[in-house]
Ligand binder design. Structure first.
Ligand SMILES: Nc1nc2c(ncn2[C@@H]2O[C@H](COP(=O)(O)OP(=O)(O)OP(=O)(O)O)[C@@H](O)[C@H]2O)c(=O)[nH]1
Ligand SMILES: [Zn+2]
Length: 380
């Protein structure tokens, strides 16, 4: 693997003002001119920038130019779970105090959100500022295109660029057979690179390392898809192995020194937080639309604006199925994911409705009290 990390030794580094030393140290973590500009107001307040590498129990670890700082998250833990600080955020941290506080974090470029449970729908923020969502799909078992489409919807919804990695490619030694598998996945993933990789044989790992070197990545995929093995291949060491000792009673997790955000030797950052790997859909209608972009493009040509592509005359989607250019499976999968998403949104709305109702009851109770006070005043 060729390393690109020596590129920072420019002849200008010695003459730059000291404030830019932050940029120099933090660039490995993804700090760039855009973040620097957004941070200016916080710098004026004497705060320093840092990237959040993990969050737990009211505190977080933040990598700053001076190393990892343990900081209190009280100011960045609002009631809205989507606005709670998370791994990958760029934080504005105090330079003094015990504890030191994170005062704010920069607006997120992208965000991974999942639903917390099947019965009560509430978004939970999992990772911020992710550029590449690597979806690991094992070639050891039969391809499940519907599952790939679901991961893709989630990835698109986050704002990150998805990439499908077909893992364990060494298990498909026949190149023709492999190319058919790649083609199958490509039909389910318009606009997405599909890359066969073998962590054991090394094929494709260089290409993957080059892709992820330009930003922050996450690994998604079902259990056993080969994510840890892939992460190790990218890291070039057994960093993830410590996480293999699973914590059954929930007590041992914090004894490991594993961080959730790691700088890759070939450039780029890998975020690997518990819970992120096999996430479920959460209000990802736009993401679903992107996964099925060819269907949405066809629908533009349907005679009726609100065509449901069931039996309407002049339906361009049904015509494409008829002439074989659109697989029926794609349309079925599109419908299934839209339905699933609508159920989740409906549950969220129910929660919002009950919140609104509570608020309204409180207000009307206050209104009644005010009214009664007035009446009382008049009667007196
Ligand atoms: N033949 C082959 N086997 C692989 C490859 N990559 C991973 N495996 C095997 O696949 C199994 C699962 O790999 P892991 O990396 O643990 O999968 P994971 O996605 O991290 O699984 P979880 O931690 O449960 O989410 C292991 O037995 C690996 O040895 C590969 O490139 N080729
Ligand atoms: Zn139609």
């Amino acid at each position: 693997m060729s390393l690109a990390s020596s590129s920072s030794s420019s002849p200008f580094t010695s003459s730059v003002p000291s404030s830019s030393s932050h940029a120099h140290v933090l660039s490995a973590y993804g700090w760039d001119g855009g973040w620097e500009a957004e941070f200016a107001a916080y710098a004026d307040q004497g705060l320093v920038p840092g990237r959040v590498v993990r969050v737990d129990r009211g505190q977080c670890d933040v990598v700053t130019a001076d190393g990892v700082v343990r900081a209190d998250t009280a100011f960045v833990t609002p009631h809205d779970p989507l606005r709670v600080i998370c791994t990958g955020d760029w934080a504005a941290v105090e330079t003094v105090g015990t504890p030191r506080y994170v005062r704010a974090y920069l607006p997120r470029r992208t965000a991974f959100v999942r639903s917390t449970s099947s019965t009560r729908s509430e978004g939970q923020i999992l990772a911020a500022n992710v550029d590449h969502a690597i979806i690991a799909v094992p070639l050891a078992v039969e391809l499940d295109l519907g599952r790939i489409e679901r991961f893709l919807a989630l990835a698109w919804e986050s704002g990150a660029q998805p990439l499908v990695v077909l893992t364990k490619a060494d298990l498909v030694p026949d190149p023709v057979g492999l190319s058919y598998l790649v083609q199958d996945v490509e039909t389910a993933a318009p606009g997405v690179q599909v890359l066969p990789v073998s962590a054991t044989g090394g094929e494709g790992v260089d290409v993957l390392a080059a892709v992820v070197s330009g930003g922050t990545s996450v690994l998604l995929g079902t259990s056993g898809a080969g994510k840890s093995t892939l992460a190790n291949a990218l890291l070039g060491e057994e960093v993830m192995a410590v996480q293999a000792t699973r914590d059954v009673d929930g007590k041992g997790r914090h004894t490991t020194t594993t961080r959730n955000l790691l700088v890759l030797p070939g450039g780029g950052v890998l975020i690997d937080t518990p819970g992120l790997r096999g996430v479920g859909l959460w209000d990802a209608e736009a993401g679903v639309g992107q996964v099925f972009s060819e269907i949405e493009a066809l629908a533009e040509d349907c005679r009726f604006h609100d065509c449901a592509h069931l039996a309407e005359p002049g339906c361009a989607v049904l015509a494409a199925i008829e002439d074989g250019s659109l697989p029926q499976r794609r349309l079925d999968s599109y419908r299934k994911l839209l339905r699933e998403n609508q159920r989740i949104v409906a549950k969220t709305d129910a929660r919002l409705r009950s919140e609104i109702l509570k608020d309204w009851k409180r207000k009307s109770a206050a209104g009644r009290a005010a009214l009664e006070a007035k009446r009382g005043g008049r009667n007196r």
